[in-house]
Write a protein that binds this ligand. Structure first.
Ligand SMILES: Cc1cc2nc3c(=O)[nH]c(=O)nc-3n(C[C@H](O)[C@H](O)[C@H](O)COP(=O)(O)O)c2cc1C
Length: 191
């Protein structure tokens, strides 16, 4: 049985993180079987060299392997904290290195967390256009979670949990429809 490569990218710059908890809740709700391999990366994994890299060749290995994983994914789960009404600048900087055609028609689950509800539409107005640029298959349900919806790092709001379930169902359907198509990475670790 071939494997569907699901890559989870979260925009947090610290741990523990609500965005990571949100991404984990989406993956858990999707109840993915053994035919799906899941990798999880965040901005912390990209390392401090990400922000100082102006060209792809400048990227340190830690960041380059995430760009490579995104490009060779069969589907993505994306969860970001809202910073100043949008996704964090470093998250955008990471995706600026991604080949424009790498995500074409690939399923992408979109989610965000914010301090309150003031920017609840950032998933629709910020994240969705970014993945529209890539011609990705952004799944219809976007999930926004406010800090008040978490207790002890877990999402406790019933309506939000239902919405996560809807998005997870769409992700599962998309994975089943698409099957395994991952391409082989040619990236090798630098010395
Ligand atoms: C620099 C910074 C800017 C922020 N700007 C916003 C904002 O514009 N709107 C909002 O709702 N929350 C804002 N927040 C709050 C975070 O989005 C929120 O606490 C989020 O759940 C944190 O997720 P994390 O634990 O994954 O980083 C901001 C937080 C930081 C650190």
């Amino acid at each position: 049985m071939s494997t569907f490569r699901l890559v989870v990218v979260t925009g947090n710059t610290h741990r523990p993180s609500k965005s990571q908890a949100l991404a984990a809740a989406i993956v858990e709700a999707a109840q993915l079987g053994p035919a799906v391999s899941t990798e999880i990366y965040d901005i912390v994994d990209a390392g401090p060299g990400l922000g100082g890299s102006l060209r792809r060749d400048d990227l340190p290995w830690e960041a380059a392997r995430i760009v490579d994983a995104i490009e060779h994914a069969d589907g993505l789960v994306v969860a970001v904290p809202i910073y100043k009404a949008s996704y964090p600048g470093l998250f955008k900087h990471l995706f600026d290195f991604v080949d424009p055609s790498a995500l074409e028609r690939k399923p992408v689950a979109l989610a965000a967390t914010g301090g309150g509800f003031r920017h609840a539409l950032a998933v629709e107005h910020q994240l969705r256009p970014l993945f529209g640029f890539f011609s990705a298959h952004s799944l219809p349900t976007g999930v926004f979670v406010s800090d008040a919806n978490y207790r002890d790092g877990k999402i406790v709001d019933e309506d939000v949990i239902k919405r996560i379930g809807a998005l997870a169902g769409e992700l599962t359907d998309a994975i089943e429809r698409r099957g395994a198509v991952s391409t082989v990475s040619t990236l090798t670790p630098s010395a």
